[in-house]
Ligand binder design. Structure first.
Ligand code: FAS
Ligand code: PHB
Length: 393
């Protein structure tokens, strides 16, 4: 089979790229290892930056998001018995975030691709990317137990941290940066009204907690847990009791609990692969970088990579200009590293590290300083809503 852009992975990166390319008359094929049902059932991110929201509107996949998503002007930091609100809209001159689950974004993108006749192959794992340095790179994949070959002009590796695209590049061509955090996040999804109108990030001596949501009737909560913890160690009641212990008393008193719809543990890591281009193979999203979810950057970084990569492909096919393809990696990495830094900093600020009482006092001092200073609040706000995309034309 042959196409212009072969895309590995039907997560947000692969689906957004395919949709934008389609809107510009560029043909693509998505190869996805899992089934459609599996992909659509994954519970992941919950917060969309303004840039991601704008992209979904530009690509015409925004109707349900604008109807059902929740626009948030701020979020709260709870620490040392206090709750401080960060007013993003005021501090950034009008920027906000949209609370709309990645699950829903994925469903909307898949629907858009299929209704436009997009080529999405599910249960079709890519096993290798070959000849990516040539003008005819090939993706070797399996379908119905048969080995197949997709010949393309370009390959977009949108296959996440465990994907095959980055693994297809010789180790001596890659520089990897990685930090694994000594804790994870235990998350619960429940059909209960959120405890507050906006998100609450809590620094507590027992550990970090986050109160998030998917709608006015569906909540998403997290508590920091140890790396060797297991979901089966936690009853629903045990989770709710631990969450209450980590929230300010007035917030804990309002918590409405209910049975889990889902409970899972996510590890936390910071990871970057450099560069992002290898001949006609381009890495985007989690295939290229991973952030701890504290700053709600993972999904949004994937969208930002697609912002740059789609423009590079459009300039190539539309005007024969290859300059943006050459600039893709540097442009992405300038913004990626700022998000990696913010996510690392916010994770270091809010989580409990092995009982290092000095560290906890330093965290409280930093939170006290940040929330008492307009400059401190502003830096929190402008990083949280997402730093601007640089001009890329
Ligand atoms: P994805 O991982 O979403 O998609 C990659 C796709 O490639 C997958 O569908 C995979 O099945 C497919 N694939 C892999 N190998 C393949 C192969 N060989 N052939 C074909 N297909 C292949 N981010 C936040 O902002 N907030 C959060 O709260 C948050 N929580 C998370 C919780 C978990 C458990 C995980 C794993 C991630 C979380 N993230 C969160 C980050 C997450 O949202 C990612 O940043 C986002 O999914 C990135 O999108 P993609 O780059 O498209 O990668
Ligand atoms: C979520 O709702 O899943 C979520 C929200 C904000 C974060 C991380 C996760 O920082």
């Amino acid at each position: 089979m042959r196409t212009q852009v072969g895309i590995i992975g039907s997560g947000p990166a692969g689906l957004m790229l395919a949709q934008i390319l389609h809107n510009h008359g560029i043909e693509s094929v998505i190869l996805e290892r899992q089934s459609r049902a599996y992909v659509e059932a994954r519970i992941r991110a919950g917060v969309l930056e303004q840039g991601t929201v704008n992209m979904l509107r530009e690509m015409g996949v925004h109707k349900r998001m604008d109807a059902e998503g929740l626009v948030h002007d701020g979020f709260a930091l709870a620490f040392d018995g206090r709750t401080e609100r960060i007013n993003m809209r005021e501090l950034t001159g009008g920027s906000t975030v949209m609370v709309y689950g990645q699950t829903e974004v994925t469903k909307d993108l898949i629907d858009a691709r299929l209704s436009a006749g997009g080529m999405l192959k599910y249960s079709a794992p890519a096993v290798a990317v070959e000849d990516y340095d040539s003008a005819r790179p090939r993706i070797i994949y399996e379908e119905n137990g048969q080995r197949q070959e997709l010949i393309c002009d370009f390959v977009a590796g949108c296959d996440g941290y465990h994907g095959v695209s980055r693994q297809s590049v010789p180790a001596d061509k890659l520089t990897l940066f990685e930090k694994v955090y000594p804790f994870g996040w235990l998350g619960i999804l429940s059909d209960t009204p959120p405890v507050d109108e906006e998100l609450i990030y809590a620094n507590h001596q027992r550990g970090f907690a986050l109160c998030s949501m998917r709608s006015h009737t569906r909540s998403r909560y997290y508590v920091q847990c140890s790396l060797d913890d297991k979901v089966e160690n936690w009853s629903d009641d045990a989770f709710w009791d631990e969450l209450r212990r980590r929230l300010p008393p007035e917030t804990a008193a309002k918590l409405i609990t209910g049975p889990r719809l889902e409970m899972s543990i996510a590890p936390l890591r910071s990871f970057v692969a450099e560069p992002l281009r290898f001949g006609n193979l381009f890495l985007a999203g989690d295939a290229a970088h991973i952030v701890p979810p504290t700053g709600a950057k993972g999904l949004n970084l994937a969208a930002a990579d697609v912002y740059y990569l789609s423009r590079a492909f459009i300039a190539h096919y539309g005007e024969g200009r290859t300059g943006l393809l050459a600039r893709y990696s540097d442009a992405c990495l300038r913004r990626v590293w700022k998000a990696i830094r913010f996510s690392w900093w916010f994770t270091s600020l809010m989580h409990k590290f092995d009982d290092d009482s000095l560290n906890h006092r330093l965290q409280l001092a930093e939170l006290d300083y940040l929330t008492s200073s307009v400059a401190g609040r502003t830096t929190m706000a402008e990083n949280y809503v997402g730093l601007p995309f640089e001009r890329f034309e």
